[in-house]
Design a protein around this ligand. Sequence first.
Ligand SMILES: NC(=O)CC[C@H](N)C(=O)O
Length: 354
Amino acid sequence: MKAYLVFEDGETFQGEWIGTPKTVSGEVVFTTGMTGYQEVMTDPSYAGQIVIFTYPMIGNYGLVAGESESHFPPCTGVVMSECYHEKELGNWLDQHGVPGITGVDTRAVVKKIRAKGAMRGQIHSNPIYMELREVLPDSIQWVQSVSVDEPVFYKASNPHAPHVLLIDFGYKASILGSLQQLGCKVTVVPWHWSVEEILKLHPDGLLFSNGPGDPKALIPWLEGWKSLAMQLPTLGICLGHQVLAMAFGARTKRLPFGHRGSNHPVRNQQTGEVWITSQNHGYTVCEDSLDPGQWIWTHIHGNDGSVEGLMHQIYPVTTVQFHPEAHPGPSDAAGLFHQFVEQVMEKKEVKGVG
Ligand SMILES: NC(=O)CC[C@H](N)C(=O)O
């Protein structure tokens, strides 16, 4: 059955339906990883987006138990050149109501996005862009749709384990897993929790997660997050990086077509070391908005020179635009979790003495 990827400028690309044959709209983005389609499709940061895979064959190693980053595929739709094991992937997408298209000339689509910048599109059964009557969800609604509603507690076997609060804008399971592997007790809390609600749980450290949408939508909450980051060791990943940077005075802007893939080079500006990192973001912190009295600009993107990591001058706050938890992608940056947990342990010991 024919399906179309229709851009808001009217250009269309033809393919065949896969998953649930229903019309959806979203920002059309592309990811360049050669593997990791399952992790990408289940990454909550893709909520509201139609994801194009540049690797020509998707589905070739099936769906692997334990490799998903959330319980369902939160992306709005998927577009691929060829789908192998089409039944398995198609049925799974259909079970979760996610539409997709296969047999699309993905190279041509990506060339278009690279030339014209990110734009909205639809997956549709007709080659026309439909003006939708319903109001599409905004960034806050996307975050709300993938964040927990109630706190979720993950115990540790050691009763003296450090307690990390994971502020959930749509966290990837691998972030929780990275903290648990290092022996942390973790509580995942709703993104909008107040300072008082958070401090009541007596955390030793905070991790601000990745998540969908425009970080500017979260400006009303920055003051509270700043006061928390001034009190506790804090790590921010992707959206978490963006909101913490803004909380301490920086601005964010949209990238022309984003960084999404498993091989983005990032240079540590202090040591010169280069990591190959996993990335998925459309916004970035504006370099010229970084107050040198607040932030040390630690990591820079090797391709376009954009801000990839920050460390606060005074408080133990570290933030990265890339994904140290990988999944998909290399774990060059996994040491950041060790550093963070060390800071959290130090804080816990100091508290214990006091
Ligand atoms: N993975 C993320 O946290 C993405 C952050 C933000 N939604 C962006 O696209 O830039």
